[in-house]
Design a binder for this molecule. Sequence first.
Ligand SMILES: *[C@@H]1O[C@H](CO)[C@@H](O)[C@H](O)[C@H]1NC(C)=O
Ligand SMILES: *[C@@H]1O[C@H](CO)[C@@H](O)[C@H](O)[C@H]1NC(C)=O
Length: 513
Amino acid sequence: MMDVKILVVLSFLKFPAVYCKDRQPHIVFILADDLGYYDIGYHGSRIQTPVLDKLANQGIKLENYYVQPICTPTRSQLMSGRYQIHTGMQHKVIFPSQPLCLPTDEVTIADKLKEAGYATHMVGKWHLGHYREDCLPTKRGFDTFFGFYNCAVDYYTYEKDSFHHFANGTSVRLTGRDLWRNDEEFVAPKYTGQHRTKVFANEAQKVIRKHDSDKPLFLYLSFGAVHVPLEAPNKYEEMYEDVEDYDRRLVLTLATMMDEAVGNVTSTLRETGLWDNTIVIFSSDNGGATSRGGSNWPLRGGKKAYYEGGIKVAGFISSPLLPPNLHGSTNRELIHVSDWFPTLVHLASGNLDGTKPLDGYNQWDTIRHQTPSPRKEILINIDPMIECEKCNNDSHWQSTKFDVHLNAGLIVGSWKLLTGHQDHAYWSSPSEVPDLQSNIASHSLGMMVSLYNIKSDPTEQTDLAERMPGIVHRMLEKLADYNNGAVPPYYPENEIEADPSRHGGAWGPWAYL
Ligand SMILES: *[C@@H]1O[C@H](CO)[C@@H](O)[C@H](O)[C@H]1NC(C)=O
Ligand SMILES: *[C@@H]1O[C@H](CO)[C@@H](O)[C@H](O)[C@H]1NC(C)=O
């Protein structure tokens, strides 16, 4: 009798804690790679992404959603919630032999979710540095990791080539493979011959099946598709037989394969009973590479561009936890990839203690309650290492506080200001719809300062800088303020010590503390 009483009391005491935990949703963050704005079914393309379309239609499409124009920057902001001017990662991406990683004093989203009680797992592409062991995913908040470190590896062999240039002007091709389990076991040989999209889906399914449902789950599934090299099984390619352009056909094929992979992962979430308490977020990491089959139609530019085609991408949030009246809705509030950090920590009932000042905003009310976004601007970037080749030194904007030779981009409300050298500025229509070509307007290039109203002119046809000097000046002042708070970019020289032939044929850490 006595024993029973004690048990009752104990379980009663335990109840509040258990109750709290049960409310923490499972979070599955799916990051596509180089998937263009047009390269998802619900944006009107002929591409077949039925799973993603259905998930989006059962959730909320984010239609004023921005990321960074290239791989490492988007990932650095997703993981840290901070702009590149604050992490020193302004310039380009991390190269295979570069002794560089997301600074290890940055707290990651995985650190914070783990601290909030989550099991944290990562599958797929990391690309936040691998030269030292303390840069690797399992040292950055993830309990487990299965994937690769570099920007891309072959879809079947996990190989990555990289040229090393010596000071004497000669260069050598470094070749290695890159696929790891828990940053310890080099598993490329074991998986050679298996397409990585399928391998990653499988690994994600394993993580879900093994998950102890008493704990909340954070799964970061970073497919690394549809990035080059473009390789996919014929089974999917047959769907696009009529698409003549080889690269385009393969991009469509890889996207459809990834779509099926996402379907497999969500099926496993349903089978294991986790689904009812799961929030899925889907995002591309940057615009499609228009030179390699990607399409951001009708947006201007693509991967690497500060134009909309580089940074405005497909994104949505889908969950049975969202109220039915929001299913299939569209959210047009300004949301940026850096916002996921505080938003997901909020969803996890975590706290932001110990982080450096965040550039992201908690967007949960924006998404869930349709309130106005707390974000009014996005600093696209300021990269002092990009030279302004075509700059006209007579520009009358030079008298302002901000050096307009610097490559920079800023969005404030409806306005986007670009300065310095801006590349990848062309509109390119998807090759399977040649009729769209006729819509391409003429445009000017090589201006040192340009201003677009991205609300009334979302395809950035008309540069308004000369007509709206007041707005240009105010935005240049804002850029000057951001620049005053910037740390210098850190972009070290490649090191030959990274050569995989010195490390058993693997790309992995080569430097030690
Ligand atoms: C250039 O430097 C590398 C590295 O020191 C060396 O291996 C190579 O032989 C040199 N090549 C020539 C042509 O001097
Ligand atoms: C999805 O699962 C099915 C059934 O197990 C499998 O045949 C297929 O290859 C999987 N597809 C991908 C892309 O993982």
